[in-house]
Design a protein around this ligand. Structure first.
Ligand code: ATP
Ligand code: TZP
Ligand code: MG
Ligand code: MG
Length: 275
């Protein structure tokens, strides 16, 4: 596999993404719609939100990546996601799935399974509990004292990737990405990101932008995670007392200005090839 720790490989993907300014079709939740569109613009991609059954197939076909996010799911949206996902599959457009709140209600759990049955996804990105639910691992992880330890995240991610048959990214204090064989950790980021709703949803859409220009899903995800986390770190470094409201605005500014040099200097990536 390509050495993702190679400076040019990881940082260079940011430039490649910006040169293409990939069109990212989002079927996402009502909480994060504006933040997601602005964040994609800031990092250098082109956002579009389209939900109607009458148009999602066409939109997914012309898009460079499709993001399915179940945060505020409706029965209509599930149908739209499946139509869009099938069209994306037919057009070889990568599909990124963010299973927000999977397991919280049976509607979410069942809808995710319907989507996975009908649509071939390229990356599943969520928190540890969501990924465990999607992979049907809740019973298996029940007796475990804590499912939040970093080791647990790696075990859950590998198990889920093997079970679902697609690369998986679990985020948190340290992010994990795996295709079920190789596993990478990305340590960039800052706890203040948990105080901004949509930090995870926007991340999924930003990862879609990187995946739109790189077929190696794990490598694209590692690059996107590092860029995203470093942008947050830079905000706090320049204003250590910043609160969530100002952080949200400053984070968009930093996504806009983050450079290859920043990634080379600050990336915290651990993987099979070492750092
Ligand atoms: P949740 O529903 O658990 O809030 P989420 O979908 O919002 O999940 P997160 O896991 O919060 O997604 O990840 C969003 C971003 O925040 C990622 O870039 C991740 O690295 C970063 N992040 C989350 N928690 C921390 C933390 N404690 N320290 C550093 N970075 C973090
Ligand atoms: N409720 C439904 S979707 C949503 C909330 C609060 C946003 C979730 O965003 P994230 O990125 O998973 O924190
Ligand atoms: Mg969050
Ligand atoms: Mg989330």
């Amino acid at each position: 596999m390509t050495n993702v720790n190679n400076r040019k490989d990881v940082a260079g993907l940011l430039t490649r993404m910006r040169e293409k300014a990939p069109l990212i079709h989002n079927i996402t939740n009502v909480v994060v719609t504006n933040f997601t569109a602005n964040g994609l613009l800031a990092i250098g991609a082109s956002p579009v939100m389209a939900y109607a059954k009458e148009e999602v197939g066409e939109m997914a076909t012309v898009a460079d990546a499709l993001v399915l996010n179940i945060g505020t799911l409706t029965a209509d949206n599930v149908e739209s996601m499946i139509i869009a996902g099938k069209a994306a599959n037919a057009a070889n457009t990568p599909v990124i799935l963010d299973p927000v709140g999977a397991g919280a209600t049976s509607f979410r759990t069942e809808s995710i399974q319907r989507i996975l049955n009908d649509v071939k996804i390229s990356l599943l990105r969520g928190n540890a509990a969501e990924v465990s639910n999607v992979a049907g691992m809740e019973a298996e992880i029940k007796g475990v004292d804590s499912v939040s330890s970093l080791e647990d995240h790696a075990v859950i991610a590998v198990h889920a990737a093997k079970k679902i048959g697609v690369p998986v990214c679990i985020t948190g204090e340290r992010d994990v990405v795996t295709d079920g064989q190789e596993l990478y950790y990305v340590g960039n980021g800052h706890p203040i990101m948990t105080k901004v709703t949509g930090a995870g949803c926007l991340l999924s859409s930003c990862l879609a932008a990187f995946i739109a220009v790189e077929d190696d899903i794990v490598r694209a995800s590692v690059a996107g995670l590092a860029a995203y986390g470093i942008a947050a770190e830079k905000v706090v470094k320049s204003n250590p007392a910043i609160g969530p409201g100002s952080f949200q605005a400053a984070f968009l500014d930093e996504l806009n200005s983050i450079s290859e040099e920043d990634i080379n200097q600050y990336k915290k990536i651990e993987g099979p090839q070492g750092e």
